[in-house]
Design a protein around this ligand. Structure first.
Ligand code: SF4
Length: 203
């Protein structure tokens, strides 16, 4: 493990998944709904959604407007509703959720990041999923120089041991979410400032 990750873990020793879920399907849905919004916000909406539609069978037969109205507060509701109903239909057709990255990515609304997050959380398969927070942190620290999540994921994975992947994902995500924020990063209280490219360039 390198000093970057060590210091980040020192700041966020308990970094982990913040999405609430009860089944594999509800987790996949929660990750999909979390695009362009916060986990906290998703956690307010998913209980309402799953109260009305308890599984993929219910959601596959759902009325578009009913689902739309529930998830509207999360934004991108038109696309998310379409994807959600199509996702449920496809999982019913396949008789279950695929258990590998490649087949997960063929599902409606599921990209590489969501597939990685799902495989880490549900199947404990090591990946460094790259969302907007991990991308920002990795670039600012100088660990990567890229805006492509898949490229960043591979670069970070080449840097760490497999058994460190999931920890690296959660820890850098927390660092980005709570300290290395998009606007006004809190560098003065960040243990990584002595190593950080962005800090050196801006101080
Ligand atoms: S020093 Fe600042 S820019 Fe660098 S990782 Fe910490 S918060 Fe982000």
């Amino acid at each position: 493990m390198d000093n970057y990750l060590k210091k980040a873990i020192e700041m966020y020793p308990n970094a982990g998944c913040e999405l609430n879920y009860t089944t594999n399907f509800s987790f996949l849905v929660a990750v999909m709904l979390s695009a362009q919004t916060t986990d906290k916000h998703v956690n307010q909406i998913t209980p309402i959604l799953f109260e009305k539609y308890k599984d993929e069978f219910d959601l596959s037969n759902a009325n578009f407007n009913d689902v739309f109205n529930i998830i509207k507060p999360l934004g991108l509701a038109n696309n998310k509703t379409k994807s959600l109903i199509a996702l449920a239909k496809e999982i019913v057709r396949l008789n279950g959720i695929p258990n590998n990255i490649s087949d997960l990515q063929k599902l409606p609304g599921i990209g590489y990041k969501t597939a990685c997050v799902y495989m880490c959380q549900i199947h404990n398969e090591p990946h460094i999923a790259v969302d907007t927070h991990v991308m920002r942190v990795a670039n600012r620290l100088g660990l990567v120089d890229s805006a492509n999540p898949e490229v960043i994921s591979k670069l970070l994975e080449s840097r760490y041991k497999k058994e460190e992947y999931i920890k690296a994902h959660h820890t850098y995500l927390f660092l980005g979410r709570y300290k290395c924020t998009s606007k006004n990063p809190k560098c003065e209280s960040c243990l990584l400032s002595s190593l950080c490219k962005y800090f050196k360039e801006n101080n």
